[in-house]
Design a protein around this ligand. Structure first.
Ligand code: ZN
Length: 225
């Protein structure tokens, strides 16, 4: 074999090797993904409602969710649990997931680490008095969190992936379309059951996305399944 032929053979061999590696790479990625899709069959998604309960709108929302047989997650403040324990009981009896949203809706800063932790602990106690159950999920107001608290408090932080800014718009179709336009499997939608427009929008979102094959679950199902 002369030098030119050897070089050519070498190039061909390397090309073949690259092709085999590439095929292997794509197979590795695509096969489990397809398997997962077949296994689960449905696209899961979670609706979460912060800052409640509200003396009027939370009940309206619960009624609509029950009619649609949909479960959601409510991140409630200790202060509101003390003010509206009956509504918290209704959320619990309807088998929605309840999470901690601090006592006073306090934002964690570098200066209030200890009092912030105390707010979480106090709120856990208040929720347990009403529901009889421990709370292990926390949504830190404004998303400010300290990773060390997870071990110290034995709690999981739950943030969000879609924020339709429902608190600053009363335009229902705007809220609905801002969620439905970007939604995908395993998304966590942030809303606030403090407004009539949010209740109407949330139920429309449920109807529209159920139609598209989504299943609404509580956040624990997205985080651990
Ligand atoms: Zn909040």
């Amino acid at each position: 074999m002369n030098l030119n032929r050897r070089i050519l053979a070498c190039i061909l061999l390397m090309g073949l090797l690259a092709a085999v590696l590439l095929i292997g790479y794509f197979q590795r990625d695509s096969v489990p993904a397809m398997g997962k899709l077949r296994e689960e069959g449905v696209k899961k998604i979670a609706l979460t409602f912060d800052d409640g309960p509200h003396p009027y709108y939370t009940e309206q929302l619960l009624k609509g969710l029950k009619e649609r047989n949909v479960k959601a997650t409510f991140f409630i403040t200790g202060k509101n649990v003390e003010t509206y324990p009956e509504i918290v009981k209704m959320i619990h009896e309807d088998e929605h997931l309840i999470g901690n949203h601090t006592y006073n809706h306090t934002q964690l800063t570098s200066r209030n680490q200890e009092s912030f932790k105390q707010e979480i602990i106090r709120t856990n106690e208040i929720i347990k008095e009403v529901t009889g159950e421990d709370t292990i999920y926390v949504r830190p107001p404004y998303g400010s969190w300290n990773k060390e608290f997870e071990r110290e408090l034995n709690m999981f932080p739950v943030l969000w992936t879609i924020d339709p800014l429902d608190w600053c718009s009363s335009n229902v179709s705007c809220i609905v379309s801002s969620v439905c336009a970007k939604v995908g499997e395993n998304d966590i939608i942030l809303m606030h059951d403090q407004y009539k427009s949010t209740v109407t929008a949330a139920l429309k979102i449920v109807d529209e996305l159920t139609e598209q094959g989504y299943e609404f679950v509580t956040v624990d199902e997205l985080l651990f399944d």
